[in-house]
Design a binder for this molecule. Structure first.
Ligand code: GDD
Ligand code: MN
Length: 379
């Protein structure tokens, strides 16, 4: 079995020599596997590639790909493609250069491939796995991308840890079926996207617990830098696209929400401008219109399979209104305060209303909805 270890690097001169050595030494204990190492370097200014070229004289199984600086995602796409087509890998194992994922763990991943799994993910979030040394900012970033976006928005539930680089992937029948050349991820959204693509070709997933440590030497490239915003937006975009492809009802859900939102704002505008309604009353009526629109569109379109009728429909409608009453109160209160203390300008009112919906009403409804669901489950 031919294993290709893929190490993306950007300024990893202090680490790269050592990780090549460790992978080589561990590999020697398992003569049944043929280990090759592929470094994908973005012309690191610190001379990482020059060091690799020097090491190639000592290590015949060491390969180097050099390309312009395009981000971690692109480096991995290039690397995977090269490992499959040029190096004829049976299994690829990407890893970081900085020893945060212990390269000595790779035989544990390969064992699972031998057992018949196709995607083996090193995981910090199953029993036995953990993270050492994250500050709150790093943790918050990870939790938002991992739980909120990858798990909840994208709905990729094959694994619990979506963000890491360290994994073992079977090539034949799985990774070679993934359209790598069509993947456009520049940043770390690649990690989620590749898992999703592998799920589509029917791969069998498993996680192996590992400890994620602090970087050994050098500096992290991912975090609050000039690529931060680009990478986050890309991650959100990927998560939504994955969800839309996986479950079209989510798309309906977005359309229903968008329609209610539009109806609400147009109605408020007309009530204030033409009907001369007091602003907070107009907003209450607008909010009620959105609730009615959401309810009926969801009933007749999103969930048309389990449509309800007659008296039951009326009961459900009242129940839905009852649950939503809090959102009307929130909106009315904010608009009352805003118009009394700041301005009665119509555009100010509408913008304030939009902000309220995004930052208060949506989280509030989400909270209420979850409690509601949770309650019915417990019964
Ligand atoms: N070629 C290339 N190009 N390599 C890169 C680039 C790039 O633009 N950016 C980062 N790398 C390399 C680094 O040199 C390192 O080997 C590896 O990718 C990970 O980068 P770090 O700088 O160590 O980032 P991290 O510790 O924050 O990464 C963590 O989060 C990522 C995303 O969630 C780890 O968990 C990664 O495994 C994970 O992919
Ligand atoms: Mn790192």
């Amino acid at each position: 079995m031919k294993i290709v270890h893929i190490i993306p690097t950007f300024n990893e001169k202090e680490n790269i020599g050592q990780i090549i050595e460790v992978i080589t030494l561990v590999g020697k204990k398992y003569p049944q596997w043929q280990n090759e190492i592929l470094v994908v370097d973005d012309y690191s200014p610190d001379g990482t590639a020059q060091l690799v070229i020097k090491l190639q004289k000592k290590y015949r199984h060491l390969h180097l790909l050099q390309k312009k600086k395009e981000g971690l995602g692109r480096a991995l796409i290039y690397g995977y493609d090269y490992a499959i087509k040029k190096l004829k890998a049976d299994v690829v194992i990407p890893n970081d250069a900085d020893f945060q994922w212990d390269p000595k763990d790779f035989p544990k991943l390969i064992r699972k491939i031998e057992e018949g799994y196709d995607v083996v993910v090193a995981s910090r979030h199953i029993k036995g796995g953990s993270v050492i040394g994250w500050n709150w900012f790093r943790k918050l970033n990870h939790d938002i991308s991992n739980y909120l976006l990858a798990w909840w928005v994208a709905g990729v539930k094959e694994v619990k840890d979506h963000a890491g680089n360290f994994k073992a992937l079977r090539v034949k029948g799985y990774l070679d079926k993934v359209p790598l050349s069509q993947m456009e991820n520049a940043g770390f959204s690649f990690q989620l996207h590749i898992l999703y693509e592998l799920s589509k070709v029917g791969a069998k997933f498993i996680e192996v617990p590992v400890v994620f440590r602090e970087r050994k030497l050098g500096q992290s490239k991912i975090g609050f830098n000039r690529y931060y915003l680009r990478d986050i937006i890309e991650y959100i975009r990927s998560s939504i696209l994955i969800r839309l492809e996986r479950s079209p009802s989510f798309f309906k859900y977005l359309v229903v929400g968008g329609t209610g939102f539009t109806i609400q704002l147009v109605l408020e505008y007309l009530l204030i401008l033409i009907g001369h309604f007091e602003e907070s009353n107009a907003v209450s009526l607008g909010a009620e219109a959105a609730i009615i629109s959401n309810f009926f569109l969801n009933n007749y379109w999103t969930f048309s399979g389990k449509k309800i009728r007659g008296l039951r429909l009326l009961r459900k409608f009242l129940q839905f209104n009852f649950v939503s009453i809090g959102s009307i109160i929130i909106q009315k209160a904010v608009i009352m305060i805003g118009t009394i203390f700041i301005s009665r300008d119509i555009y100010f009112v509408l913008i304030l209303n939009v902000i309220t919906i995004i930052f208060l009403v949506i989280p509030y409804s989400y909270f209420i909805y979850n409690r509601f669901i949770w309650k019915t489950k417990k019964k």
